[in-house]
Design a protein around this ligand. Sequence first.
Ligand code: PAF
Length: 277
Amino acid sequence: MQVVETISEVRRIRREGQGSWGLVPTMGYLHRGHAALVEQARKENDHVGVSIFVNPTQFGPTEDLAAYPRNLERDLALLAEAGADLVWTPPVEEVYPAGFQTYVTVEDVTKVLEGAARPTHFRGVATVVAKLFNVFQPDRAYFGQKDAQQVVVIRQMARDLNFPLEIVVCPIVREADGLALSSRNVYLTPEQRAAAPVLYRALCAARDAWQAGEHDGERLRGILRRVLTAEPLAQPHYVSAADPRTLAELGDASRGVLLSMAVRVGKARLIDNILLA
Ligand code: PAF
């Protein structure tokens, strides 16, 4: 496994590696969910590239970029084990040199859900992912379903800007009690950690209702809200029963629905979702 910092080294190794390349973009502090992405990429490509970059442009002014958890040594051990060939760990100036002024803005699908609370977040994500696609030129890029809106935004961008690659989405990896794995789970105290599976319980209750024939969007959102508000440590930011492609809230959810939510538990803002089709 080669670990490099500069764009020119990534490009050189990319050129020398004959055959197909899979890319797994990350912000580090990796967990089993990331390992699953790398393993999937390993199965489907001749070479696997991973980026570790805590991308400043996707953090809002009140979000603590400096406090984002990092552990490069542990990340590299996990990536070697999962089968990465190339890891790019650029310093910020390599990605955003002085004078940088070009951003990628995806319009409608970034205005709702996470984008409503974090208005510049997806501009940062789309910009850095476009740069990663240009630097690595992968045949396939791997993302987790955990960030459901991010997947919608990146698919839209790849389609609109004609990136010649396949976006592969891997299932959410959960703890035994249902909590979706996230680097942000480290912010939870033991008491908050015990409360956090309420997100998945709420999603399962709405999923069960949908499967039993409840296809009214407002009533599905009502179920999510009811389960969440029964947990005193959970402060819901939003609940959603939306069209999986446009992310518009649905009245009639009979043709499929993305159930999602953001919930503050202590210092952590947790998100989770289930896609029903
Ligand atoms: O999902 C993430 O970790 C980040 O949003 C990504 C895709 C690596 C872009 O910084």
